[in-house]
Design a protein around this ligand. Structure first.
Ligand code: ADP
Ligand code: MG
Length: 673
């Protein structure tokens, strides 16, 4: 019972393979029958071979012809085969019928092989998806109930046991465990996670039992979004492929016209006999068809995308993969990209009568709403101190943050930014800052004041005072503004340390080895800090103290010189530059949605060495495509010349033509490895 069922299943999935096998058997038997002079039997078997082997291509070819009014090369093949059969019957040269059937057979075999190749890339992409379980154990009135994923609601609490797959994106509410996020990041080293941290659907829970709270609808989980992006990437055709397809359409017409001329003129012009003429015209139809050219690009790019996805490198479409192979200059953001982005307060220096704790406290009041790594580090360092969040807080990307605390303006940020709000930066502090910056530390200045007296007079209630004074963080105090607005004073500085990624230097070296001509660093941070970090990773060209739009300008300039420029970044301040670059590459997807949306390539694992892997993959794809096109064109030219000189008969033409098509398809599949 089971066996026929499986057979039907197999036949359905591999109908192209089955058709090719049947066609081959019928052809073999037909040829034997012909050899033994059983003409009746041969005339039954051979047409059957034509129909079974050619049905699918003929159907598709005719659909294209009638619906889109376009000729496709499949149809040319069928016409060539039928032409050979017709010629055979007419001239009573029955071996021509066999030649035509061989054409159909080889065409069917190569079609089946290509089908197999496509199914393989698809399967390897789909294997990403099969990782999410279908059901989750949900806590309902203290009991575990199994619920299908699609029915999970935001707020549900679910239980995940050791060794189980995480069913949907959620936040840990109790327990801790090490989690293998390989499905998403391609990185099998487990990551420790505990209460408050986010876990992702499709990742594998380690030894701990976890209670999770669902915080977003299951259909918008990270893995689902990634899968959607990969699927989209598959359907979008890169410009090079579109070019080839347009080329195919006009080319197919050209072949038909040339074919007709070749079938009619030579007897008059060259004195060929009709049989030779028509035979060569049919062979021409076959060998001139650009099948191999058509197969040169897409299988290669699809395999590359699938390979990348397995390693945690998300290419949003095939053209970016191809483009990655042409990159000649790369710009790196510093904080969070070349460094871990896990910033820690290294030292606090206070000014005047203020204590170090004062400096931290005041800074924390505004940083409490910041998403910036610097802000988080300051808040963490000030967590045991007593403070409340400031109001009217405004972050200025790439510069600093400002707000009102206790009737006073608080300003935290880089020197240039803070300087706009204070009369001067104390000299001893500037000296300490230089020393710290030379060691690669990031220094932020903390200032406060400027509206204390006035706000105090404005009304004890507070709200009145706040409304009266417009805070415009961008406008620097002009000499004409009331003294109360410009009298903010520096109360100290905070030096932050951010470790350079362990893999940064090796990755930069690898990129240089791969032939990238220019590598630069772009940062909003101070020049000295930037130089120190750049030196430790092997970057010679540094652009520091940049605002987000300055980063974009640098990319533009690089593009003038190097054409294809990649930008690697992680933060909101990098978004304009990521968008401007030929390829925007974002680091680490867990958490930052900006990255997933604006970047062309996402390194899911948050590991820099994946950049070299992506580059290598791009180079290889680009190389294989070039190779494929060369092979395809050489075969076509070789066969055309051979045919004209009479050295190529139909079966050899077909083998050469289909052989080259299969060759380039398989060559593209090499990227799956
Ligand atoms: P990068 O380009 O290296 O990622 P950013 O552009 O995010 O750095 O920031 C540039 C500089 O602006 C920082 O080095 C810091 O001095 C200042 N800055 C930015 N945001 C903040 C903030 N929330 N608090 C304090 N300083 C900040
Ligand atoms: Mg950054």
């Amino acid at each position: 019972m089971l066996y026929p069922e499986r057979l039907t299943q197999f036949t359905k999935e591999h109908s192209d393979t089955v058709a090719a096998i049947a066609c081959g058997l019928l052809l073999l038997l037909g040829a034997i029958a012909l050899h033994l002079n059983f003409f009746g039997l041969a005339l039954l078997l051979l047409p059957a071979a034509y129909v079974i082997g050619g049905y699918e291509s003929a159907r598709e070819g005719l659909t294209t012809l009638f619906q889109e009014k376009e000729l496709d090369v499949d149809l040319l093949m069928i016409v060539a085969a039928l032409g050979a059969a017709g010629l055979g019957l007419w001239q009573r040269e029955y071996h021509l019928i066999i030649d035509g059937a061989i054409l159909i057979l080889i065409f069917a075999i190569s079609g089946a092989l290509e089908g197999y190749a496509m199914r393989r890339t698809e399967r390897s992409i789909r294997s990403l998806m099969s990782l999410t379980p279908d059901i989750a154990m949900v806590l309902r009135q203290g009991r575990e109930v199994s619920v299908s994923i699609s029915q999970l609601k935001v707020g549900d609490e679910i239980v995940v046991k050791p060794g189980e797959l995480i069913p949907t994106d959620a936040v840990i509410v109790s327990g801790y465990s090490s989690i293998n996020q390989g499905a998403i990041t391609g990185e099998s080293l487990p990551v420790e996670k505990t209460v408050g941290e986010e876990v992702f659907a499709g990742t594998l829970n380690g030894y701990g039992a976890l209670k999770l709270k669902v915080h977003q609808p299951p259909e918008s989980s990270l893995i689902q979004r990634v899968i959607k992006l990969v699927e989209q990437a598959q359907t979008e055709e890169p410009p090079s492929q579109q070019f080839i397809e347009r080329f195919e359409r006009s080319y197919a017409r050209l072949i038909v016209i040339a074919g007709v001329l070749l079938a009619t003129l030579p007897p008059f012009l060259l004195g060929w006999d009709w049989e030779t003429t028509i035979y060569r015209a049919l062979t021409f139809l076959v060998v001139a068809s650009p099948c191999a050219l058509m197969a040169a690009i897409m299988p290669t790019l699809l395999s590359g995308i699938a390979n990348g996805a397995r390693q945690g490198i998300l290419f949003k479409n095939g053209s970016q993969l191809e483009m990655m192979g042409k990159v000649r200059a790369i710009a790196f953001d510093k904080t969070g990209t070349l460094t871990t982005g896990i910033v820690q307060v290294f030292q606090v220096i206070s000014a005047g009568n203020y204590s170090q704790a004062d400096v931290l406290k005041v800074a924390a009041t505004v940083e409490s709403v910041s998403e910036h790594a610097i802000g988080k580090a300051i808040v963490k360092a000030a967590v045991d101190l007593n403070w409340v969040s400031a109001v009217e807080v405004q972050a200025i990307p790439g510069q600093g943050i400002i707000g009102i605390n206790n009737m006073q303006q608080v300003i935290v940020g880089n020197a240039a930014f803070v300087q706009k709000h204070v009369t001067n930066l104390p000299e001893e502090l500037q000296k300490s800052a230089s020393v710290l910056e030379e060691e690669g530390k990031t220094v932020v200045w903390v200032a406060q004041g400027g509206m204390g007296r006035q706000g105090g007079q404005g009304g004890q209630g507070g709200q009145g005072g706040k409304k009266q004074i417009p805070i415009s963080p961008l406008s620097s105090p002009s000499p004409l503004s009331p003294p109360s607005l410009s009298s903010a004073e520096v109360i100290g500085l905070i030096a932050l340390a951010d470790e350079v990624r362990a893999e940064a230097a090796a990755t930069i070296a690898r990129l240089k080895a791969l032939g990238v001509e220019q590598i630069v660093m772009l940062t909003g941070d101070n020049q000295r800090t930037a130089d120190s970090v750049a030196q430790s990773v092997g970057i010679n060209e540094v652009y520091a103290e940049l605002l987000p739009e300055d980063k974009l300008d640098v990319i533009r300039r690089l593009q003038k010189q190097y054409k294809t420029v990649a930008m690697v970044g992680d933060g909101i301040n990098d978004a304009p530059a990521l968008a401007q670059a030929s390829i925007g590459i974002a680091m680490g997807v867990a958490g930052s949605d900006v990255a997933l949306e604006t970047a062309d390539i996402v390194l899911m694992a948050d590991r820099l060495e994946k950049l070299a892997v992506a580059m290598d993959l791009g180079r290889r794809s680009h190389g294989i495509i070039k190779q494929n096109i060369t092979v395809a064109l050489s075969f076509i030219i070789l066969l055309l010349v051979g045919n004209f000189l009479g050295n190529v008969n139909l079966p050899i033409g077909v083998i050469g033509h289909e052989g080259s098509t299969v060759l380039v398809t398989l060559s593209g599949l090499r990227l799956l490895k």
